[in-house]
Design a protein around this ligand. Structure first.
Ligand SMILES: [Mg+2]
Ligand SMILES: [Zn+2]
Length: 233
């Protein structure tokens, strides 16, 4: 049994650029409730750690956030899943609190309040700030490619101060955890190799774009250009 920390938006439910401000705007991602149920049935403790700066920005009240969480827990319980506790940071970025991810404050609070052993814990999130918070707390970190995951990997993967794993979604992460695959030192999966090679390609293209190479390879060479009087088809 280990503890599985989950980010909320982009992992359990759909992300919204304008924040999830009411239960009406809350949509479970496909398979997330089933995955939480499987983790629960396998005996794992599940804790949610989420940044909710919408509170500080006045888009949503604490009461509404807590109502959303009550209903979310009820929806998860319908399928047999159980989340032990939800920790959220209500602060704005400029408040410089200790709990807003990428800081590990929420995880450390859970450790202290619930007596969690972080050494075999896992944090699953769709943002590199989740990966960084997990690593800062000393837990295995998984980036899912739902929510903001793809753009987060593309633009911010280099910000991680340690190794992390990549899975398609929470369901996929759950399968890996349940199969007992080693989350830290195992070989890269096909998905991870694909993610990193796509980055390699775009890095090479960046290099090419800054040289004059593209001017040459992008133009048709002379022997391919139609010659005067040639038949055109
Ligand atoms: Mg998220
Ligand atoms: Zn905070």
């Amino acid at each position: 049994m280990s503890t599985i920390f989950l980010d909320r938006d982009g992992v359990i439910n759909e992300n919204r650029a304008d924040y999830v401000k009411s239960w009406q705007e809350f949509r479970f991602l496909d398979g997330s409730r089933e995955a939480i149920a499987k983790l629960t049935q396998a005996g794992h403790r599940i804790i949610v750690c989420t940044n909710q700066a919408a509170v500080a920005r006045g888009y949503v009240s604490v009461e509404t956030v807590e109502e959303i969480h009550r209903r979310m827990l009820a929806g998860i319980a319908e399928l047999g899943g159980s989340i032990e506790k939800i920790y959220y940071c209500p602060h704005a970025k400029d408040e410089n609190c200790l709990c807003r991810k990428p800081r590990p404050g929420l995880l450390l609070r859970a450790r202290d309040e619930l007596g969690i052993d972080l050494s075999d814990a896992v944090f699953i999130g769709d943002s590199m700030t989740d990966v960084r918070a997990g690593l800062a707390a000393g837990v295995h970190s998984i980036l899912v490619l739902t929510g903001l995951g793809v753009e987060q990997f593309r633009d911010h993967h280099h910000e991680a101060e340690g190794p992390f794993r990549i899975t398609l979604n929470l369901r996929h992460a759950t399968e890996i955890i349940l199969q007992g695959l080693h989350l830290y030192t195992g070989p890269q999966t096909a998905l991870e190799r694909a993610c990193y090679s796509i980055l390699d390609i775009s890095r090479h293209l960046d290099v090419l774009a800054t040289t004059r190479v593209l001017e040459h390879v992008a133009l048709p060479s002379n022997d391919l250009a139609p010659t005067r009087g040639a038949t055109t088809f």
